[in-house]
Design a protein. Sequence first.
Lengths: 480, 489
Amino acid sequence: MSKEDYEVVIGLEVHAELSTKTKIFCSCPTTFGAEPNTHICPICTAMPGTLPVLNEKVVEYAVKAGLATNCEISKDSKNDRKNYFYPDLPKAYQISQFDKPLCEHGYIEIEDDDGNKKKVRLLRIHIEEDAGKLNHNEFGVGSLVDLNRAGVPLIEMVSEPDIRSSREAEQYLRKIKSILEYIEVSDCKMQEGSLRADVNVSVRKKGEEKFGTRTEMKNMNSFRAIVRAIEYEKDRQIEVLEEGGKIEQETLRWDDINGRTSSMRDKEDAQDYRYFPDPDLVAIRLSDEYVENIRKSLPELPESRRDRYIKEYNLSEKDAKLLTSSKYLSNLFEGALEICGNAKAVANWILSDISRILNEKELEPENIPFTAEQLAKMIQLIDKGTISSAIAKKVLTELFENPKDPEEIIKEKGWIQISDEGAIKEVVMKVLENNPQSVADFKGGKDKALGFLVGQAMKETKGKANPQMLNKMFLEELGN
Amino acid sequence: MEIIDLTVHELQEKLKSKEITVEEVTKAYADRIKEKEGDVQAFVTTLEDEAVEQAKSIQKDIEDGKITGDFAGIPIGIKDNMCTKGVKTTCSSKMLENFVAPYDATVVEKLNDEHLIDLGKLNMDEFAMGASTEYSAFKKTRNPWNLNTVPGGSSGGSAAAVAAGMVPWALGSDTGGSIRQPASFCGVVGLKPTYGLVSRFGLVAFASSLDQIGPITKDVTDSAMLLNLIAGHDEKDTTSENIPKKDYTKALKGDVKGLKIGIPKQYYGEGINEEVKAKLQEAIETYKKLGATVEEFSLDIADYALATYYIIACAEASSNLGRFDGIRYGYRTKNYESLKDIYKNSRSEGFGPEVKRRIILGTYVLSSGYYDAYYKKAQQVRTLVKKEFDEAFKKYDVLLTPTSPTVAFEVGTKSSNPLEMYLADICTVPVNIAGLPGISVPCGVNSKGMPIGMQLIGNRFEEEKILNAAYTFEQEIKFRENYKPEFKK
């Protein structure tokens, strides 16, 4: 049999750090990147005698995420202890949710590889606390424990095994990221680990109903790595099966440098987490009114924005979808539009040049360094004829490097378009004088020669001459 | 009467009338500790010198009018499982031998707010697991009535110190009887409040759904006063109930006419010492004489309470004690090559045998494959226990039982037989399982002069009823006036 006779089955457990100001069970700040062990207190370091108090914002944010992903919200939920020993887990148990998660039975809509709409079911969303971090070998010996992250709130979103390709998996993750960003419950910064996924992969022969044995790759935090890991793991599993072998159910480590997976834990360590209800915390009871109020407070979600863009701004479905795929792009679009009023131009700049630069720099939309106002000003400068599109591209590059008021940029760089008739005439005369052959060509009927002459004039003015005026004046001088 | 024989309310009167000073009071207790600690061994950490210094400064502040309040300068002892900033909190375990908490427990904060003076941290069974204080890693506390017997446990240091006049009163904690049983053994008053009445923040957890801090005092009035000081909702403990504050001393009416007392017959059966039974019978007669109605009834589920208790308490303990891993604080083995070694050897060397026994039990009952048969079933039985008590309190105001099946036993007679030790809790654990308040008050002595305690159990948050019933009884039999510990050797 060949590779094409198999299909891959993927399930994802996505962990998203919630962007609450304080931790889930104490009042320490959650901000990323502080000096080790500066955002800690007796509670999140598990000093004897301390007790957790559930941060109500965490429940609110999780309910928001549940509602935005079509989940049922559980009115009666609780916290459980997941017991295991590790130095980054100060209590030797993680407070999580076992059999009564806050949200259940939702779904997320994506497109399958043939472009058809498809629902990926969400089994559950539950709240839990993050663990600390071990810094290995920083001083050469041993490991150092940093508990700043211990107690940062997380939601875990568990999908059903409904995903059938690495492309679908990426779409699903991007969709989750986009939704969480829109409803502002997580900043989803993958490089900081605030969005990460455990990826479960199995393969089976097409048409077969039973799932194959799955392997799990934990804590993946880049789309690219996830796609590569799925592809690798799919091929590896098929190869094992084709050679008559068996897949072991195990946790694997994805080695991004060498592009392969390797076994992570020996089976001897099969963990028994001894879950039981945390007696330090009372049950979480939510009223209908509470849930309804959160539902009403949800911001406009991507689908609805997309439809509005098509209707209000006459954008194509493709463009509207791309713009709303990220809250940051969408907000940039709306923000710039509000100032400059030119929807088409804003959409074009975002979807062509800005997206291209993001790609080249391997940045995500949230990394765009300039503001909507700066983008709007740039577009206004084009519309007013102060700069040409060619200059605008240079301004945009500059906005990515050193964002400031575009007007200041063009002043500093001397990029203001030359629209002074006398100055333009001077250049035109000079170019005509220096290029007699082209003048002759044009007069002989070669229209192309005009383009060359305009190009020479642009070169002469370092792109600053107003192109319409140049065109007009060349034609006048050439006697047309 | 000497200062150390006075109750706190008696001390307050003499302080008010300026017969004595705050400084004299603390000095008297400091001297008493110096005199008796060798025999009684009640303290893990004594703070006599610091306490005397503090008393001087409080005395001055009182004279200068800087501080007021009925409790300013009253000394107290604290069980060594409540965190005290700057003073060691050991839980009588090698694991925390040098542990100094960076914060005060909520109850300690409350005492500090009222300017009470800490005389020291009191000995206990390691991590509050035991019924004789023999499982302390540091010392075996002795019963002041007979130094060859145990003071009970786990708050044995607290009860012995109060009985010996080394502290005027003390805080204990009670997970399955750890306040009431030692109070009964030492002839003092011990109150376990309703679960949720007193904040657990800063109490090193043994079993979170059962633990409760409470007063150990010379008499019922002091018990009500100390409860006034420590009760109340705490934002740091979500299991503490938000109920209106009460003045429990107002409940001490000295009258039980018409009070309906239920006698659960399961508490008077096999395994209960005959002399204890006889004293309880006398107590019943006393209540009848005082105008209460007394009726026997059957609390069928009580037979299952002990097993339920040991499953739930050990399960929670196995998880609560996970944090003692040698990584951030506490004992760390010197003998390790890997992370696993640190865990294994730190815990093997740092914990005593009873703690290990319970961690192993608790780990077992939570394990996959056993969870349903043990932990889950125990929770179901717990619900039934609560229901049966609810039914009982539809008929009765309070329930009356022995506190312990026996009087204080001799040192060394039970410490090697865990099952027998567990049976010492049989009368007290159902109260914790159901989250009810229970108080132990002395009701006499046996033929050898050892105190016998009786337990009054109330409905949730009905501390007033048991306090009044205990107070009225106390006024009638005048135990303190008639009996005194003799430090027999």
